[in-house]
Design a protein around this ligand. Structure first.
Ligand code: SAH
Length: 213
């Protein structure tokens, strides 16, 4: 597992591209400049790891485009030590970005193969989420709620109520909703019972699957 000067150079170019595409939060850009995305991919895709592309990660799933990861992370407006719930660990790349931002991360994955792989792999790179959970993200993770932020990295047909219920007041839920493409949604919990909703254009995600375990 190597992070060569060449990889670091390619990563810098990717960060420039993300800036050009409108990502402004320096903490997000810095975190993504640190995470060695090529190590999260099968070696056959390694040469392309720093292009703004999605790639297969096994179990019919894909790692999200770097721009999508940056965009979702920026919408979370993270502060160090924020408690964050991620739905869809996948290969763990987004998890690593959240950890680089100083968040305390809980992440749920419903594909056992990917869950096991991420659990072994993240610590090898020095990334230590609070918990990686094998389970169904539709239910959230009530045991560790409430969260400062929740980020869903699969396309959901609707907003799961438990996720809204597990936000702190002032907390933010970023979730792509719809069926190919999805519309990026941000819900901010403004009081016990009220949420403010904003939308942010089209994205493409693998589906958030329900009741299929
Ligand atoms: N954040 C990931 C993106 C992976 S793609 C990364 O950086 O690689 C989305 C992931 O969501 C897939 O791994 C898929 O298995 C997972 N997923 C889909 N439905 C889910 C559900 N109901 N609960 C938990 N994970 C789910």
């Amino acid at each position: 597992m190597k992070d060569s000067f060449k990889h670091q150079g390619l990563r810098k170019q990717l960060i420039t591209l993300l800036k050009d595409k409108g990502i402004e939060n320096n903490d997000v850009l810095k975190a993504m400049n640190k995470v060695p995305r090529h190590l999260f991919l099968d070696s056959s895709f390694e040469a392309h790891a720093y292009q703004n592309k999605a790639f297969p990660i096994g179990a019919d799933q894909t790692i999200s485009h770097p721009f999508t990861v940056a965009f979702q992370t920026e919408l979370l407006q993270l502060k160090p030590n924020d408690v964050v719930l991620e739905i869809g660990t996948g290969c763990g790349y987004q998890t690593a970005v959240l950890l680089e931002m100083g968040a305390k991360v809980f992440s749920i994955e419903r594909q056992q193969e990917l869950f096991k792989k991420a659990k072994l792999f993240l610590p090898k790179l020095g990334y230590r989420p609070k918990q990686l959970i094998f389970g169904d993200g539709y239910k959230g993770l009530p045991d560790y709620a409430p969260y400062d932020s929740i980020v869903v990295t699969a396309g959901a047909p609707y907003v799961p109520k438990p996720l809204l219920a597990q936000l702190k007041i002032g907390g933010r839920l970023v979730i792509p909703i719809g069926n190919d493409p999805q519309i990026m949604h941000l819900y901010v919990r403004t009081s016990e019972k009220e949420f403010k909703k904003e939308t942010f254009g089209e994205f493409r995600f693998v589906p958030m699957l329900e009741n299929k375990n």
